[in-house]
Write a protein that binds this ligand. Structure first.
Ligand code: HEM
Length: 480
């Protein structure tokens, strides 16, 4: 588990050992739950299990006082409930629709930047992360970071670099519990300084938001909603230390996750010319493709996503095949539990590794096969298909077509602790992928060593990444 490719080891063990197995680590036992039905039981438990990591390392990065944040607080605890419920409207369809012009403006900057360097090698992971940071700034904090354009801006670049460094340090601490004791190592001391710098950036962002004055009634950003929260016991607003810590939660949750997901999707499409051709044909049919005759096609909005079913299939399949939260999530078992015929004692630590879940519960699991998603029940275990065929009601794409069958597609987890920003993440991801592929075609730069080179360099750094995030040759087709 201390290896940076432990997500792949978990997949290998799951294929050898089956849907539920136990790992004995130096300091604890961990029950690994890969079987989809059992994973749903663990994650969807009615009373909501706690995350189970003690101490939660994210607190070292985000919390000023050691107080738990939304991310680390116990499920159902007053603080978790207050923040989760209070901030949920930020991710409502209305609010995301309202954010679209800002997302489009950020994408215009990205397109302009890529067009300027056409034909050259581009670090597309860096581009995607900067885009995700700007969208997070706009939607969550009403802030203009300008990171996509300002490659030379010291303030945004410092925040960007601090975030990346701090997430790297968090990962090292998570995989080596003894690391915090190694203070004689300069890099460990540097890691502590990164955490402090991150917190001071979040504090500065809070002050910037507060300086704008009372949020207007129609301001549905995460920041405005956090500022409106009141302590149920006293009726007082949350103190600055807590607010800045929660700013940190929403800042860190979406950038590396969405940025890396976009990178993997573009990579997977670049490896499958027939998938790219089908996508391009769909975009063309919808009048959204750049061409000699139409060099500036319309921007891709929320309503367009519904007209691009194959794009939806490709994006889902990329998140199944390379889920960025690949190690998954942990829960602490509260009471004796029977899972798949195994008795799990109270107090056991449970791990649901999403990469392994996706590679053990689907047909043709190791194949990148977007067409599987043409079946709306593909995200559910087999029972769902039968129920679907008997005519159970079908609703919007975000509602469950599975008729209550266990979910096997879990890039955003499930249950009370599932990703809060899923709706934003899907839009951020799918709109960016469609917009970029409508204008550019990407292929691997020589320095990446081909698809095998990328696979070999793959590693888990909180989110799935690769060793050297550099060098994608980009070509510009469609006569531009
Ligand atoms: C592709 C992008 C993303 C992926 C794959 C992803 C995935 C996840 C996963 C797997 C979890 C853990 C769930 C669990 O423990 O059961 C999580 C939690 C969370 N995510 Fe995301 N996420 C993404 C983007 C975002 C964005 C854009 C935001 C908001 C700006 C966000 C906000 C959160 C929050 C606040 C939590 C903690 C919820 C809680 O503990 O109650 N995520 N996400």
């Amino acid at each position: 588990m201390v290896r940076s490719d432990h997500h792949l080891a978990l997949r290998r063990w799951a294929k050898q050992l089956g849907g539920i197995f136990c790992l004995r680590m130096v300091h604890q036992h961990m029950v690994v739950v890969v079987d989809a039905a059992a994973a749903n039981e663990v994650l969807g438990a009615d009373e909501g299990l706690n995350k189970g990591l003690e101490p939660d390392l994210s607190d070292r990065l985000m919390s000023f006082t050691g107080h738990r944040t939304l991310f680390s607080a116990d499920t159902g605890s007053p603080h978790w409930h207050l923040v989760r419920k209070g901030v949920a409207p930020a991710f409502s369809p209305t609010n995301i629709r309202r954010a679209m012009p800002r997302i489009h403006a950020i994408l215009d900057t990205v397109i302009g930047g890529l067009a300027r360097v056409r034909g050259a090698d581009v670090d597309i992971n860096n581009v995607a992360l900067r885009y995700a940071m700007d969208v997070t700034g706009a939607v969550c904090f009403g802030a203009v970071f300008g990171t996509s354009a300002a490659f030379d801006d010291a303030r945004t670049n410092d925040l960007f670099a601090v975030l990346r460094g701090a997430m790297g340090e968090l990962h090292k601490r998570a995989t080596n519990p003894a690391r915090t004791l190694l203070l004689h190592l300069p890099e460990v001391r540097a890691g502590r300084r990164l955490f402090r710098r991150f917190r001071s950036h979040m504090h500065a962002l809070l002050q910037e938001v507060k300086a704008r004055g009372e949020p207007t009634a129609d301001d549905g950003s995460v920041a405005a909603l956090l500022l409106r929260l009141r302590d149920p016991a006293t009726g007082a607003p949350l103190p600055d230390e807590l607010l800045a810590a929660e700013f940190g939660v929403f800042f860190t949750a979406g950038i590396e996750s969405a940025g890396n997901a976009i990178t993997w999707t573009l990579h997977l499409v670049s490896q499958r010319p027939e998938v790219e051709a089908a996508l391009v044909a769909e975009l063309g049919k919808a009048g959204l493709l750049a061409s000699k005759e139409n060099p500036s096609p319309p921007r891709i909005g929320l309503d367009d996503l519904a007209r691009l079913p194959y794009l939806g299939c490709v994006c889902k399949e990329a998140m199944r095949y390379k889920p960025v939260a690949s190690t998954g999530t942990t829960r602490l078992n509260r009471r004796t539990l029977t899972l798949g015929g195994h008795m799990i004692p109270a107090g056991a630590l449970l791990l649901v590794p999403f990469d392994a879940v996706h590679r053990c519960n689907f047909e043709r699991p190791d194949e990148f096969w977007p067409e599987r998603w043409l079946d709306p029940t593909a995200g559910y275990c087999a029972a769902a298909s039968a129920q679907h065929q008997t005519g159970s009601p079908e609703a919007s794409p975000l509602s469950s077509p599975g008729g209550g069958a266990p979910k096997r597609f879990l890039p955003f987890s499930t249950g009370p602790r599932q990703c809060m920003g899923r709706s934003l993440a899907v839009v951020m991801h799918d709109v960016a992928v469609a917009t970029l592929l409508a204008r550019f075609s990407f292929c691997l730069a020589d320095r990446m060593g081909g698809a095998a080179g990328v696979e070999a360099a793959e590693l888990q750094k909180i989110f799935r990444n690769f060793e050297e995030a550099a060098g994608w040759k980009r070509v510009v087709p469609f006569g531009r």
